[in-house]
Design a binder for this molecule. Structure first.
Ligand code: PHE
Length: 446
């Protein structure tokens, strides 16, 4: 059977950038920047993505393109009859687990889109917005229904294939995301007092940089670039041989970073202009920003645009997560793409229920002191992600070999000795050691 391919460079870029640009760019990056010395932290982050994120993305694309198969078979093709395919299994497991709670969060976003569209949220007093969010997340039936909608929409796109599904919709959604972002940024930057927010984001303060900031920057670079979760390997398997993987990786990395900075220019000028405190995560999106919108003229409209922006960012990420699982089930078990999508989506949906109920019926049910949601988040973010990242570096640097990786990246082009040396040292030593540091730090060991 002939494998599907991305039809155009732009489509591929839209899909890969669509995966990279997600909730992390909007609810995390700008805040982390502001808290860690603004432009000083941005410099550190740029260093991390240039030195580690970008080479790793190139490596993952190369593994997938060489393998021309799902994550597990790609490893098998490169090193047959060795246990390295386990890295592929881990790479498929992570998106499977992440999706189970990512669809819940995306479901909250879509619920808020509905509340803005119908005007329901404008009747809530600003002081009640926190309770309003708790009761939205705590409404099990509503949350299950909205997750079902998210996974259904995702499955509908994935089932159509790479060219006719993933690529086609990314090419529509990503420009829309950019337009929304620019409109919102313009609104935010023209508010009185916007400059406090701009200063919060960009004013360099090197005294706020701590050793932790470095680990924070690196950890975020991995998550934000969708590394170590099978996505880039899987998308790489659909990239044609004549496509330049260096420029592709560079473009995705730049797009992801620029969008994250623009998101900061949407959020913080408005937050400060209306006298709110900066924040990150769900409370920023679902509590602080709705309060900001309530203070703003035409706030309901801007609220609707903002939540649509996040909705798009989330859907292009869920598509990429589901594609990893579907291509694995489809090819490994020789099941048609339709059935593979339907089965994977159904299992993921069922698995989302315990996470959803962590905010209502099962809120007191703890495993190792964590609710289901916290546990799934912990297992992926703190265990399987760094472990997969580490294994990929060891595999690429020491097993498959830096030379072979670069041969896949550059084809027949001559590879300069400096480039070879630089890449080797990064993939064999710098990247694995950094991942080990993040891993130990996130488990509070260092
Ligand atoms: N890279 C995405 C972000 O920055 C996160 C993501 C996570 C994407 C999981 C896909 C899968 O938010």
């Amino acid at each position: 059977m002939k494998r599907d391919n991305f039809g155009s460079k732009l489509g591929l870029l839209a899909a890969a950038a669509g995966s990279a640009i997600g909730l992390g760019n909007i609810w995390k990056f700008p805040y982390v920047v502001g808290e860690n010395g603004g432009a000083a932290f941005i410099l550190v982050y740029l260093l991390c993505i240039a030195l580690i994120g970008f080479p790793l993305m190139m490596t993952e694309f190369a593994i997938g393109r060489f393998g021309q198969a799902n994550v597990v078979d790609s490893f098998k093709k490169i090193k047959p009859n060795t246990p390295w395919f386990i890295t592929g299994i881990l790479s498929a497991l992570t998106p499977f687990l992440i999706l189970s709670f990512y669809i819940m969060i995306a479901g909250w976003v879509f619920t808020y889109i509905g509340k803005y569209a119908t005007g329901a949220i404008s009747t809530v007093a600003p002081a009640d917005l926190a309770n309003y969010f708790t009761s939205t997340a705590g409404n099990a039936t509503g949350a299950i229904l909205s997750s079902l909608i998210v996974i259904t929409v995702t499955a509908f796109i994935v089932i159509a294939g790479i060219k006719e599904g993933v690529e086609k919709y990314s090419k529509i959604l990503m420009p829309l995301l950019l337009v929304l972002l620019i409109v919102l940024m313009f609104r935010s930057l023209t508010l009185d007092g916007a400059s406090t927010g701009v200063n919060f984001l960009f004013k360099p303060d090197f005294s706020k940089l701590t050793p932790e900031s470095f680990l924070e920057a690196l950890g975020h670079a991995f998550y934000s670039l969708s590394l170590a979760m099978g996505i880039i390997i899987t998308y790489g398997s659909y990239v044609k041989k004549d496509q330049d993987l260096t420029s592709l990786s560079l473009q995705v990395t730049i797009a992801d970073t620029v969008i994250a900075l623009l998101a900061g220019l949407v959020i913080f000028p408005a937050v400060f202009a209306y006298g709110f405190q900066p924040d990150a995560g769900p409370s920023l999106i679902f509590i602080t920003l709705p309060a900001v919108f309530e203070s703003m003229p035409l706030g309901s409209l801007f609220g609707l645009l903002f939540f649509s922006l996040i909705g798009i960012a989330a859907i292009t990420s869920t598509i990429s997560l589901l594609e990893v699982v579907v291509s694995f089930v489809n090819e490994r078990f020789n099941i048609s793409r339709n059935i593979a999508t339907f089965t994977s989506a159904s299992v993921i949906f069922l698995l989302s229920i315990p996470s959803i109920l962590s905010f209502s019926t099962l809120s007191e049910f703890k495993i190792l002191g964590m609710t289901f949601f916290d546990l799934f988040d912990f297992i992926t973010a703190k265990i399987t992600l760094p472990l997969t990242g580490l294994l990929i570096c060891i595999f690429a640097g020491w097993v498959w070999g830096a030379k072979n990786v670069l041969k896949e990246v550059y084809g027949d082009k001559e590879i300069s000795p400096i480039l070879f040396y630089l890449y080797s040292i990064i993939i064999k030593i710098i990247a694995p050691l950094s991942i080990i540091a993040i891993f130990l730090h996130s488990l509070n060991i260092i």
